[in-house]
Ligand binder design. Structure first.
Ligand SMILES: [Zn+2]
Ligand SMILES: [Zn+2]
Length: 383
């Protein structure tokens, strides 16, 4: 705001200029800087904003007088904000007088002058129903194998009593006499730039073009009613925590014949004590005893298909891992599976009795270089 330019300077007119001069200058500026002529040009957009603000003040007798006397402080600062956007709904009237730039003004006045209450989105256009979101929780195994879950949601459905028309059974909606069903009525509007023929939403029917004399008691004339949907949804195998399923057309009923919204189900997967997942691979840590590690053993490894035998060799070290290929999670909507990675954790015995400790010491004394080569070579380096 600090470097705001003088309004007269912005429009390139002299202080004390006539209304006609002002209008002329303004039109020239619009022609020059209108965003429609400079798509994606930030400078033009900023310039147009300045021009719009300046004109809004100078074209108003009171504001102009205050501005002349007090400068920017004299005009309501919030006013500048109100003159900001150009992207409002199109203004659909003929701009008598300067037809050559009529199109520019069409889009310009929609937002620039705060709107004339002109055409909004057509209320009769088909609209898609709202999407409905819900959440389900499944176990780790259910996510791997796929499952069915029961869901219960509230949704808007087409009223069964009136078939969606909103009119009491035996009657039907009538065409609005004021707008003859178009939902829009023509009005004349006086503005600083002349008289506009414009259209606005029909007050009588609210833009729907129809009047319901006897509303359907089941839906109060809305044509849609809230119902509970109970449904068993199948959760595909391989789904991961946080992923969503979209069931097309199972959301709220559409309006004016529009399509239904969708039902979106977010799946959360409970953590598992044994299995951890990354992508389609599974990770498991298996505790083994000191003896199993030293002598080797046949382990029973839990997988998502049940227990699987796996022989670890003698001399297995803490943290050693192996891979069960193709035993991981089935790939979502594809064939094949990830791998199951297993790592072993050697549990060092605790709380030894005197006798156990003596046995262990005797055992340790019996070890030679062949038994723990790694430890020996490590400490040899510090001699
Ligand atoms: Zn109804
Ligand atoms: Zn109407």
């Amino acid at each position: 705001m600090a470097d705001k330019k003088d309004y007269y300077e912005v429009l390139g007119v002299q202080k004390g200029c006539s209304d006609d001069e002002l209008k002329k200058a303004y039109r020239a500026m619009v022609k020059k800087y209108h965003p429609d002529l400079h798509p994606d040009d930030k400078d033009a957009e900023a310039k147009m904003k300045e021009v719009n603000e300046a004109y809004d003040v100078l074209s108003d007798k009171d504001k102009r007088a205050k501005y002349d006397q007090f400068g920017f402080a004299g005009v309501d600062p919030s006013y500048a904000g109100g003159a900001g956007g150009y992207s409002g709904g199109g203004f659909s009237g003929n701009f008598s007088g300067f037809g050559d730039i009529g199109d520019i003004f069409d889009s310009f006045f929609g937002g620039g002058m705060g709107g004339f209450g002109g055409s909004r989105a057509n209320p009769n256009a088909p609209r898609k129903g709202q999407d409905i979101r819900t959440q389900v929780q499944v176990s780790f195994l259910e996510a791997c194998k796929g499952t069915g879950v029961d869901i219960r949601v509230n949704r808007l459905e087409k009223c069964p009593q009136c078939g969606g028309s909103g009119a009491k059974s035996g009657t039907s909606p009538e065409t609005c006499p004021d707008c003859r069903g178009s939902g829009q009525v023509r009005v004349s509007q006086r503005t600083p730039l002349g008289v506009f023929q414009t259209t606005k939403t029909c007050d009588r029917c609210g833009g729907s073009g129809r009047i319901i004399r006897d509303p359907c008691p089941a839906c109060s004339g809305q044509g849609r009613v809230r119902k509970v949907l109970q449904k068993n949804v199948s959760i595909p195998q391989g789904i991961d925590d946080g992923q969503s399923l979209r069931i097309t057309g199972e959301g709220d009923c559409g309006v004016n014949g529009g399509p239904n919204g969708d039902l979106i189900i977010r799946v959360s997967v409970k953590q598992d004590d044994v299995f951890e997942r990354e992508g389609f691979d599974i990770y498991t840590e298996i505790p083994i005893s000191y003896m199993q590690a030293a002598l080797g053993d046949e382990l029973m490894i839990p997988t998502i298909d049940g227990k699987v035998k796996y022989r670890i060799p003698a001399g297995t070290q803490n943290g050693d891992s192996f891979v069960l290929r193709g035993q991981g999670v089935p790939r979502l909507y594809r064939s094949g599976r990830g791998d199951h990675h297993v790592s072993v954790r050697v549990e060092v015995p605790r709380n030894l009795t005197k006798k156990q400790a003596d046995l262990l010491k005797a055992f340790d004394d019996s070890l030679d270089d062949r038994n723990d080569a790694g430890r020996k070579s490590f400490f040899d380096r510090f001699k």
